[in-house]
Design a protein around this ligand. Sequence first.
Ligand SMILES: [Fe+2]
Length: 268
Amino acid sequence: MTKRSPIEIRPLSPAVGAEVVGLDLSQPIDGESFGRLVQAFTDHCLLVFPAQQLEPAAQWSFGCLWGEPLVVPYLAPHAVTGFPGILRVPNMGKAETLTENWHFDSAFFEEPPPIAILAAQELPPIGGDTMWSNMYRAYEALSPAMQLLLGQVRAAFTGTRVDDGERRDVVTMHPVVRIHPVTGKRALAIGRIESVPHLEGMTPDESRPIIEFLYRHVARPEFVHRHHWRRGDVVMWDNRCLLHYAVHDYGDAPRLLHRMTVLGAPCT
Ligand SMILES: [Fe+2]
């Protein structure tokens, strides 16, 4: 009789997220367990692995199971020593924080990266939660007429790139409704008006109320899981069907996460 994979998948909310119990990410993962992780990731879009205390080498090995790691040369000063694909995410202070709003990462890339993996290193005594919202649900909750309209529209996503030391403002057009390449399901893709200033082919006056409506819509509590970080947590999520929001309510308290970004479809 083959030994059953020992891991347990516990959903965290109806909309998004599951906790994976019984797995040590610093050890090799057998094929059956990895297959269950892939299925859970597809089903829940966000996986939480508690009590891992993951070292950079182990985070790197785990991330490589899911695809090719993203290494951005201009972010090298922020990388963990010896691991150019693992970035340090410290407390920058509330005023400098760019992620305290609903967004998907690297939205101004031609192909925004699909998977992010965060490993908690140091946490404030209280606060610093991260929220994720399920964009399949957000799309499905729209009226058929709004789905039809948005299905034909692209939005302008703005950001800043650094090429050869030069900072450059970039605008990239993406569909407001994207089709997930693995599940084939439709998901909303939007951000706040400051980073998504208009919809293609519409005037600013026409675009603005739609973008602002969608930005309120994606934050509906029934789409959201709010994660309270615990010591040693590792969290991975699908950037193609979730938005996230980093709550900065912890003042000057130290907080450090290690972040790895993975390109490409999950391995099977
Ligand atoms: Fe982010």
